[in-house]
Design a protein. Structure first.
Length: 247
């Protein structure tokens, strides 16, 4: 029976004391028996944690007690074993590297599309204004190969820092269309949507990313699994670790 709670969460919020916060969060997580990774940067926090359900949720509740993290939303899934080998807390320049410091999601998000709304758009073949909907996968190519939305654009990115150049090259093809960027949990597609809108593209982000879509909608219009950065490797649309592939 799956008894280990896995969560992923991120929030763009200004953190002026990331270096000082690092040992505090690590000690708190270790004391709770949690394992995973927490990334801190001036622009926000990104975390992946696993452990006893009460311990994980208590940790998140304590984090939300800090006004900077009050709006942190988590996505949950379960596993039979602990998917992380240790507890790491790191301070980075960006919680997701884009190398475009002018893109500051904490100053204002791009418009988002709820999973149920996206499913409806895909069911009807257009958005509510009758425009063509283009799904744009902002993940790295190897992640896309595990699974993606049917018909989504895949620019074969090797790293997210390549996204701006790829977007510039495709700008003409996106003109006049409703573009919905998506990624695993929402962090990359949030930056991507802001960049696209500042470039004149009518772009939105999938609220909650792929995992949020799985949680609220399931696997409609999705093909394959979703890669995750832990020992589970990939999740099915039912948010369960995919069955082991045997030769």
């Amino acid at each position: 029976m799956a008894s280990v709670l896995n969560i992923s969460a991120y929030l763009f919020t200004r953190i002026a004391d990331a270096a000082e916060l690092k040992p505090v969060l690590r000690d708190r997580a270790v004391a709770a028996g949690l394992k995973g990774t927490i990334l801190l940067a001036e622009e926000g926090i990104n975390l992946f944690l696993a452990g006893d359900a009460d311990a994980v949720r208590d940790f998140v509740d304590a984090l939300r007690a800090d006004p900077r993290f009050a709006e942190l939303r988590t996505k949950e899934s379960w596993s039979e074993t602990q998917p992380f080998g240790r507890m790491l807390v790191k301070v980075k320049r960006e919680i997701i590297r884009m190398d475009h410091p002018a893109i500051r999601p904490e100053s204002g998000r791009a418009p988002s599309v709820a999973p149920a709304t996206l499913r409806r758009w895909l069911d009807q073949g257009r958005d509510d204004e009758g425009r063509e909907v283009v799904l744009l996968d902002t993940r790295n190519a190897f992640e896309v190969d595990y699974g993606s939305f049917v018909g989504a654009l895949d620019w074969r990115l090797e790293r997210f820092t390549q996204f701006p150049d790829a977007a510039a090259a495709a700008a003409a093809d996106l003109d006049g269309k409703t573009v919905v960027s998506y990624c695993t949990g929402g962090i990359r597609c949030e930056k991507a949507a802001i960049y696209l809108r500042e470039s004149g593209v009518d772009a939105y982000q999938l609220d909650g990313g792929i995992l949020g879509y799985f949680e609220q909608v399931g696997g409609n219009h999705w093909s394959g699994d979703c890669f995750v950065f832990d020992e589970r490797e990939a999740l099915t649309p039912g948010l369960a670790p995919r069955p082991e592939v045997r030769a």
